[in-house]
Design a protein around this ligand. Structure first.
Ligand code: ATP
Length: 441
């Protein structure tokens, strides 16, 4: 019996899920609001969480933040509508194992649950012998050439790219191709750690150094000794932690919280970000000196929609993978499916593509995948008129869209800036900075 908590406000849907999962070996509990869910989580332990993204008293991200702050390790599967994919993909950065599109298909749900549980059992420190393909576009060639050149050096590498573009995959590859490959690769998700936690997580602490420090704990700098420390979402580190990190990198020593002795640092740093750190530097959110330390070599990963022919290669690759995993035999795509896959703009990049293809293969019982195996909303999305056209100036166009999104979020939240920031999935400081920039009152 797998003890499972479903957090979902649509009661008829959650009861349906409850019945289905109970028949498939789950012991299910239901909560319809975040507040009741957090109370339940403080009283009981679960082995799996299914969380609706939009809930009456907030978004599923709040549940993830709670789990992070309380250091509760449990696989979480986000259930999201198509329109929320962009933000749901971000939930992965906050610790969710995966997301699944609503309406939820039962077979797809079981596959996603299996994946989420398997993922939670793979230690983050393990270097996965990930299967990957390189792609053939000019950009891909350049990326892998740069990987080959920089991997054997000791240079700090900054990997920049949208969510799901393969940053962690490149970081693991850099490690695997370096002289440090026999030593640990340790990944830290800086986005999912509070300030207090990130200091102890990075540098360690000694027993009694703060309430709750019941024993000595090695920081990840020490755990990664001789190997590579991967700082994912580095733009989310608080200013105080940035100062400590910079000192560690400059002086090559760290001091665990409460310790009198220092420890030598022997790690190579690879950092990743999906923010424009230059922007964060001008906003005063990120230290320029740290940026230069991390950015001795930059690898920019392009979004999938700009990878040209690579999209086809990735589609073929993910189909082959899903055929093997799900015991299907999809060999081709109908004309309509091709049209959708090649015209969609893939905000969640490779992660979204791999999920969409897995779902499509699961729902295809013949050799040709048909349109009804794709999410309806995806089909609708490509039929919608393109967003307002601001000419070929990408920067102006992005800024206009950002401005509209911010105004919309403010209206929806009756100008409550904390709520609007949460809705936009940015912090309040960033929202203020953007409002000032766009002169939104
Ligand atoms: N070259 C590749 N070949 C095959 N699959 C890939 C490749 N690159 C990435 N993927 C797959 O795409 C998904 C996203 O990759 P990854 O986690 O590395 O992206 P990311 O940019 O670090 O994501 P996030 O910003 O959400 O942390 C993973 O499932 C990964 O296995």
């Amino acid at each position: 019996m797998l003890k499972t908590l479903i957090i979902e406000d649509d009661t008829s849907f959650s009861e349906l899920l409850e019945g289905f999962l109970s028949r498939n070996g789950h012991q299910v509990k239901l909560c319809a609001k975040i507040a009741t869910a957090l109370k339940t989580l403080s009283e009981e332990q679960f082995q799996l969480l299914l969380v609706d993204y939009r809930l009456p008293d907030g978004t599923g991200l709040e549940v993830l933040r709670y789990l992070r702050d309380k250091q509760i390790a449990v696989p979480v599967l986000m259930m999201t509508s198509f329109n929320d994919v962009r933000t749901a993909v971000k939930s992965i950065q906050l610790g969710a194992s995966d997301y699944i599109l609503k309406p939820v298909n039962p077979d797809e749900l079981l596959v996603a649950i299996e994946g989420a549980i398997a993922k939670s059992k793979t230690p983050k420190t393990e270097v996965a012998s990930a299967n990957y393909i390189k792609g053939e576009s000019e950009q891909s060639e350049k990326i892998y050439q740069h990987v080959d050149l920089v991997a054997p050096t000791e240079m700090a590498v900054l990997i920049q790219g949208e969510s799901g573009t393969g940053k962690e995959h490149i970081a693991r590859l850099l490690h695997a191709k370096s002289a440090r490959s026999s030593k640990p690769f340790v990944a830290i998700d800086c986005g999912s750690l509070s300030k207090e936690l990130s200091i102890s997580e990075l540098f360690g602490h000694v027993r009694g150094s703060f309430t709750g420090a019941l024993s000595d704990k090695k920081g990840q700098f020490e755990v990664a000794k001789g190997g590579t420390l991967f700082l994912d979402e580095v733009g989310n580190l608080s200013y105080e932690v940035q100062v400590k990190l910079l000192r560690a990198l400059q002086e090559r020593v760290i001091q665990p919280l409460g310790a009198t002795k220092t420890v030598n640092v022997d790690v190579r740093i690879i950092a990743a970000t999906n923010d424009d750190l230059q922007n964060s530097i001008s906003n005063g959110d990120f230290r320029e000196d740290l940026y230069h330390r991390l950015n001795q070599f930059k690898i920019q990963l392009p979004p999938l929609r700009e990878r040209g022919n690579d999209l086809k290669l990735f589609i073929d690759y993910f189909i082959a993978d899903a055929n093997t995993e799900l015991n299907r035999n999809v060999k081709q795509l109908s004309k309509e499916v091709k049209e959708v896959l090649f015209n969609y703009d893939w905000p969640g990049n490779l992660r979204e593509l791999s999920n969409v293809i897995k779902r499509m293969v699961l729902l295809s019982f013949t050799e040709t995948a048909q349109l009804d195996a794709l999410p309806d909303e995806m089909v609708l999305a490509i039929q919608q008129p393109a967003p307002q056209n601001y000419g070929s100036d990408l920067k102006v166009s992005n800024e206009q869209n950002e401005r509209l999104l911010i105004e919309d979020a403010l209206k929806k939240t009756k100008y409550n800036k904390s709520k609007a920031a949460r809705l936009l999935n940015i912090d309040r400081k960033t929202l203020y900075a953007k409002m000032e920039r766009y002169q939104i009152e």
